[in-house]
Design a protein around this ligand. Structure first.
Ligand code: THU
Length: 134
């Protein structure tokens, strides 16, 4: 089972695959799924700016396509190490779909791990799939 350091390493490696010609702000994300598999993604921007995808969305798509259905842990790497590159609001909700309040969210930059959160800290009192369960 990959550990936190390995997940952060995968996020930093994914950062290297970002397509971010407009913001010049590469971001990488790595998800550990319920089977212990890592799925990575990077931000993919577009000339029509709002059409761009965040790294977390790319990693979630990769996980779902590979059959993963639960996020056990997620690592995000971005920025230059000055400010934390925490997931944007929409991505917090995207992570919530496959995780829960206890899901660890590791944040780092190109030089490695910076800070650890839980999804519940980043998105308190969230709305999720349970709200729509029968
Ligand atoms: N970005 C991500 O990919 N994930 C985040 O958590 C924060 C922001 C991307 C979106 C855009 O391509 C660039 O970073 C600048 O906002």
């Amino acid at each position: 089972m990959p550990n936190e350091a390995q997940l952060m390493t995968a996020a930093i490696a994914a950062m290297g695959h970002a397509y971010a010609p407009y913001s010049k702000f590469p971001v990488g994300a790595a998800i550990l799924d319920e089977a212990g598999t890592i799925h990575a993604g990077a931000n993919v921007e577009n000339a029509a700016y709002p059409v761009g995808n965040c790294a977390e969305a790319s990693a979630i798509a990769a996980m779902v396509m590979a059959g993963g259905r639960r996020i056990a842990m997620v690592a995000v790497a971005g920025g230059d190490g000055d400010l934390l590159c925490t997931p944007c609001g929409a991505c917090r909700q995207r992570i919530r779909e496959f995780g829960d309040a206890a899901t660890p969210v590791l944040v780092g930059g190109p030089d490695g791990f910076q800070r650890r959160f839980t999804l519940g800290e980043l998105l308190p009192e969230s709305f999720g799939p349970e709200n729509l369960a029968d």
